[in-house]
Design a protein around this ligand. Structure first.
Ligand SMILES: Nc1nc2c(ncn2[C@@H]2O[C@H](COP(=O)(O)OP(=O)(O)OP(=O)(O)O)[C@@H](O)[C@H]2O)c(=O)[nH]1
Ligand SMILES: [Mg+2]
Length: 278
């Protein structure tokens, strides 16, 4: 499949800056106020999420050469067809069953941040490991896009990814990309707009049927979770983790801090819009 080059900067030029990643750095860009939609940018560590973020927003969120670089979430905004999108660049996460505080930040936003679209950036060279998170996301939402990044690396290594077949199997838009050079960016923007506006809907991959007895317990527990956290999205997912004894969810539910990763942790909010942007 031929990839088209987008207009984003796709630049990694700030790597040597001593202020890179600092919460004190404010950068120009489209204001994140008054957006029509919210996009979550999720994926395993080092798959190019921040590179995609930069390409979409024209911002310079720090891009690193090692895993675990983005440890807090960064926000920016961009427009597609007159619609304004706020995008949240999340720390890398292998799974929604988180093992670290970075992963909790990502998990909390995906589950409880009510994103209109979740873009899962996967590494074309390590699809088996990366698709785990994509499938977990597709269990909880029908509003996702899978961006298969690093297609240039895959090609260099002789790995062929059939993104069309993957799209059919997943029942979700799958976009091949090489974000560093802006390739696939127009297709990603189209997919984001399609999912946000509802013209594209993913097939939900429901968790397996657990049988009547477990389902009844799960329903009771889900109600209890909702009584404690009224309006919490994905309460059933939380109840499932409580039944499993997921340590981080049990701890947060017990402390009353479930979803607290949603608050704070934000850096790189643009301070002002440049001329011509709003
Ligand atoms: N060859 C190639 N390299 C890329 C591409 N996209 C990103 N990279 C490189 O991959 C590395 C990681 O990119 P990041 O954007 O920081 O990845 P990330 O997913 O935000 O990383 P974490 O925040 O640490 O999880 C950087 O060296 C990028 O320049 C691509 O399409 N092709
Ligand atoms: Mg990053």
């Amino acid at each position: 499949m031929r990839l088209r080059r987008g207009s984003g900067d796709g630049d990694s030029g700030c790597q040597s800056c001593p202020m890179a990643g600092s919460a004190a750095v404010h950068r120009p860009g489209l204001s994140i106020e008054g957006c029509d939609y919210v996009v979550a940018l999720a994926g395993n560590p080092n798959t190019g999420k921040s590179t995609v973020f930069n390409a979409l927003t024209g911002l310079r969120q720090h891009v690193g050469n090692w895993p675990g670089k983005t440890v807090v979430r960064a926000e920016g905004a961009f427009r597609i067809d007159g619609k304004k999108f706020r995008i949240v660049d999340l720390p890398g996460a292998y799974s929604l069953l988180s093992n670290s505080s970075d992963e909790e930040v990502a998990r909390d936003f995906i589950l409880f941040g009510r994103p209109d679209v979740t873009v899962v950036v996967v590494d074309a060279t390590t699809m088996e490991r990366n698709l785990n998170l994509a499938l977990q996301v597709l269990e909880i939402t029908d509003r996702a896009v899978v961006a298969v990044n690093l297609m240039d690396e895959a090609e260099r290594k002789g790995i062929r990814v059939d993104t069309r077949a993957l799209g059919r199997d997943l029942g979700a838009p799958v976009v091949p990309m090489a974000a560093r050079s802006g390739l696939g960016l127009p297709e990603l923007r189209a997919a984001i707009l399609g999912v946000a506006s509802g013209t594209i809907q993913c097939r939900i991959h429901p968790a397996p049927d657990l049988g009547a007895e477990v389902e009844a317990s799960l329903a009771r527990l889900t109600e209890a979770v909702l009584a404690e956290y009224p309006g919490l999205p994905n309460a059933r997912w939380v109840a499932l983790r409580l039944l499993e004894g997921d340590p981080s969810v049990v701890r947060e539910a017990r402390n009353g801090t479930l979803g607290d990763g949603l608050h704070g942790h934000v850096v790189d909010e643009p301070a002002a819009a440049p001329t011509g942007a709003s």
